[in-house]
Design a protein around this ligand. Structure first.
Ligand code: MYR
Length: 131
């Protein structure tokens, strides 16, 4: 289950990923230490996610398979959806500014939530611990 409070523990290749996304160096440095916390509550195929970081606090509701809009902290707008594939959440989103695809997955492994990202050939991970 994805339910619970998750705190960022470490990143893998996240700066390269943000660079591929076109995010400038100053913002990348800040974002690499954004102190991200997410709280996930799943009810059937509906999810409620609270996100808080040094940039902002917001709450997101989505239903598996249903397209919704999501803005990144830098204002980049995405549109897409999450689906469940076995134990994995798989998200396919498109940037509204250039139409390019960003894919992301979430999986719980042991006591960690691992979120992976791919954009234009660059992969990254952010790894969260319960907290
Ligand atoms: C959620 O489930 O938390 C809300 C929807 C998330 C949509 C996709 C997230 C992609 C985040 C990419 C971060 C990139 C920073 C350059």
């Amino acid at each position: 289950t994805f339910d619970g409070n998750w705190k960022i523990d470490r990143n893998d290749n996240y700066e390269k990923f943000m660079e591929q996304m076109g995010i400038n160096m100053v913002k990348r440095k800040l974002a690499a230490h954004d102190n991200l916390k997410i709280t996930i509550q799943q009810t059937g195929d509906k999810f409620h996610v609270k996100e808080s970081s040094s940039f902002r606090t917001l709450e997101i509701d989505f239903t598996l398979g249903v397209t919704f809009e999501y803005s990144l902290a830098d204002g980049t707008e995405l549109s897409g959806s999450w689906n469940m594939e076995g134990d994995m959440l798989k998200g396919i989103f498109n940037r509204k500014d250039n139409g390019k695809q960003l894919t992301t997955t979430r999986i719980v492994q042991g006591d960690e939530l691992i979120q992976s990202y791919n954009y234009e050939g660059v992969d990254a991970k952010r790894i969260f611990k319960r907290g």
